[in-house]
Design a protein around this ligand. Structure first.
Ligand code: R5P
Length: 311
C-alpha cells in the first residue's frame, strides 16, 4: 500500500511538515464551504492506499470535527486500503464522563462517529484522559509530546527547579517531565467552577524559593495555569515561572490573564495552529517528527511503544 498524508484545514502546515519528514508530498484535497456553512471535501486518488488524515479538532471544534468526518468518508468512498485519523489535538476529549445527570459524553460521541466513517485506527497526542482509548471501537495510538517539550526545556532550567502539575489530572504527566528533566514534582489541587473559572485550593510539595515549571496537557483559557502560578507565588516560589503544555488552545475570555504572570517562557507544540496574537510570546515546538515517526512505524508495522503516553 502506498503511504499518503492528507490534510484538513485545521493545521495544514503541520501536515506538510509531517509529509516532509516522511519524504512525500501531501496528497491534494480541497474543502469547499457552501454559503450555508456546509462543507464538501474532495480528495485525490487514494484507492488501496494507506491513508493518514491529519486534522486536529480544535477551535472551531464542531467545524473541524465535521470536516474530519467528511474527509474520512471521502477516503472510504474513494477505496482507501486503510484509513488512520491523525488528531494531534482531540476536541471534546475533556468530556469523557457525565458530570451531572442529563449530561452527554462528548468524547464518546466524537469517537463513535469517527470510527463510523471507515477509520481503521486513530492517532492522538497527549489526550486529556487515557479513557479516550476505550471510547473508540478501533485501535488508538496515544502518543506523547512530553519528551519533545522536555527536550526544549532541557539545559535551560535551574538545578533547583520543580515541575508542577496544576491539577490532580496532570500528575502522571508532571512525573514524566520530572523524570526526563531530573527534577522533583509538586502538585496544585484545583477545583473548577466553570469552563473558565478555577480555584487553586492547595499546593502539595516543596516550592518555596524554587523556580516552577508548570506542565499540563493543554492550555485552553489559561485559567488553570494562572491559578496555579498565583498559588505557587503565594507559597514563595521564585518569580520567572515556565509553562509547558502540549496543546495551546488559547481561547478567550481569560487568555489575556496569562500576561499578568511573571512567566519567562511559554512552550506549546504545533498540535494546533498557533494564534496570530498571543498575550505572551509563544515558543512553538514541532511534533511533526514525532507524528512522522509514528506514521512510518505503523505503515511498516513496527512497534510504537517508546512514543506512547504514560498517562
Ligand atoms: C483539565 O483538566 C486540563 O488538563 C487542563 O488543565 C485544562 O483543560 C486547561 O483549561 P484552562 O486553560 O481553561 O484552565
Amino acid at each position: 500500500m502506498n503511504l499518503r498524508i492528507l490534510s484538513g484545514t485545521a493545521n495544514p502546515s503541520l501536515a506538510a511538515a509531517v509529509a516532509r519528514e516522511l519524504g512525500i508530498q501531501v496528497t491534494p484535497c480541497k474543502v469547499e464551504r457552501f454559503p450555508d456553512g456546509e462543507l464538501r471535501p474532495t480528495v485525490g486518488s487514494v484507492r488501496d492506499d494507506d491513508v493518514y488524515v491529519v486534522q486536529s479538532t480544535g477551535p472551531p471544534v464542531n467545524d473541524h470535527l465535521v470536516e474530519l468526518l467528511l474527509l474520512l468518508d471521502a477516503c472510504q468512498r474513494g477505496g482507501a486500503g486503510r484509513i488512520t485519523a491523525v488528531m494531534p489535538y482531540m476536541g471534546y476529549g475533556r468530556q469523557d464522563r457525565r458530570k451531572a445527570p442529563g449530561d452527554s459524553v462528548g468524547a464518546h460521541v466524537a469517537a463513535r462517529t469517527i470510527a463510523l466513517c471507515g477509520t481503521s485506527r486513530v492517532i492522538v497526542v497527549d489526550p486529556h484522559s487515557a479513557s479516550v482509548e476505550t471510547m473508540f471501537d478501533v485501535p488508538v495510538e496515544r502518543l506523547t509530546a512530553v519528551p519533545v517539550l522536555a527536550g526544549a526545556l532541557h539545559g535551560a532550567i535551574p538545578e533547583d527547579a520543580v515541575v508542577v502539575s496544576p491539577d490532580l489530572g496532570a500528575v502522571k504527566l508532571a512525573e514524566h517531565y520530572g523524570e526526563l528533566l531530573d527534577r522533583k514534582a509538586a502538585i496544585v489541587r484545583k477545583t473548577r467552577q466553570s469552563g473558565s473559572e478555577v480555584q487553586a485550593e492547595e499546593v502539595i510539595g516543596e516550592v518555596a524559593g524554587k523556580p516552577a515549571i508548570i506542565v499540563d496537557d493543554m492550555i485552553t483559557t489559561g485559567s488553570t495555569v494562572v491559578a496555579a502560578a498565583r498559588a505557587l507565588l503565594e507559597r514563595g516560589a521564585r518569580r520567572g515561572v515556565v509553562v509547558a503544555a502540549t496543546h495551546g488552545v488559547l481561547v478567550q475570555p481569560d487568555i489575556d490573564e496569562l500576561a499578568t504572570l511573571p512567566t519567562t517562557r511559554l512552550l506549546v507544540t504545533d498540535s494546533l495552529t498557533p494564534p496570530d496574537a498571543s498575550p505572551v510570546p509563544l515558543e512553538v515546538v514541532s511534533i511533526a517528527p514525532l507524528l512522522a515517526d509514528a506514521i512510518s512505524r505503523l505503515h511498516w508495522q513496527r512497534p510504537l511503544d517508546d512514543l506512547m503516553s504514560r498517562t
